[in-house]
Design a binder for this molecule. Structure first.
Ligand code: PXP
Length: 248
């Protein structure tokens, strides 16, 4: 972004297209699918795409993931979100995404309910981070916005953290919202202090994202459901128009 000729860094968008796979399965057929969604996002200029790899393959198919990876632009960033279980690790080594985000592992969850308990899985998480580092794949840990979790992630050798904004997005009143924003700002400042890159996501939308833009340490915001829901209304007029043209 340029202000008076001076380049100012801005927060980048990572579109989480996991729910495009859910929509495809719910509606039946192949369109809209996550591969098409990824292509539209990158053609629109968003270079970062995230997809949740799920153990049960209920929505996203292995073939989707390889197709998305192969179609990413040269300077693109394909982030695979996954639980750190053996099956997912073996799969991710074959997939070779540009980045991996470790999320809490629950088979049925498309969107995690909260961040990892890094303390409880410290040794395992360290091993997984190291394993992917040896594969040349940087790891991000999806954590709650607190200092201890940031320190533990740094201690595990993770290159990034993604702080969970789920509690912020669900906060019901001003006091709760302010408290959660404060937690996010503090975690972001602490991440910058200890030199670990920081992203954020979960439950963000076109309105609640605004206060986060003041946290300059946040490099990237990972947003899925709000964008996919918006596309249903924003794209409806074009879809109706196209069908009317077919009927003409
Ligand atoms: N970050 C992570 C780690 C996720 O798993 C998800 C959902 O898959 C998101 C961000 C995006 O959440 P939302 O769809 O609520 O924007």
């Amino acid at each position: 972004m340029a202000f008076g000729g001076v380049q100012v860094a801005r927060t980048l968008l990572c579109v989480n297209i996991s729910h495009a796979a859910k929509l495809r399965e719910e509606l039946g057929g192949d369109v809209p699918g996550p591969v098409e969604a990824a292509a539209i996002c990158t053609q629109t200029g968003c270079k970062s795409i995230a997809v949740r790899l799920s153990q049960d393959r209920r929505y996203i198919r292995d073939s989707d993931l390889f197709a998305i990876r192969d179609a990413m632009p040269i300077n693109g960033n394909f982030c695979a979100e996954m639980a750190a279980d053996d099956e997912m690790i073996a799969f991710a080594k074959r997939l070779k995404p540009d980045r991996i985000t470790i999320v809490p592992g629950k088979k049925e969850e498309m969107t995690p309910n909260g961040g990892l308990d890094v303390r409880q899985s410290l040794a395992r998480t360290k091993d997984v981070v190291e394993l992917f580092r040896d594969e040349g794949i940087p790891v991000s840990l999806f954590i709650e916005p607190d200092r201890e979790a940031v320190d533990l992630a740094k201690g595990c050798g993770a290159e990034f953290v993604e702080i969970c904004t789920g509690a912020y997005s669900k906060a019901a009143d001003k006091a709760g919202i302010d408290r959660e924003i404060d937690r996010i700002y503090r975690a972001a400042e602490h991440a910058a202090d200890v030199r670990i890159k920081i992203n954020a996501g979960c439950g963000l939308n076109y309105v609640n994202v605004l206060p986060l833009l003041d946290a300059r340490e946040l490099l990237e915001l990972n947003i899925g459901r709000a964008i996919l829901s918006k596309s249903a209304s924003a794209g409806l007029s074009k879809a109706v128009q196209e069908m009317m043209e077919v009927l003409d």
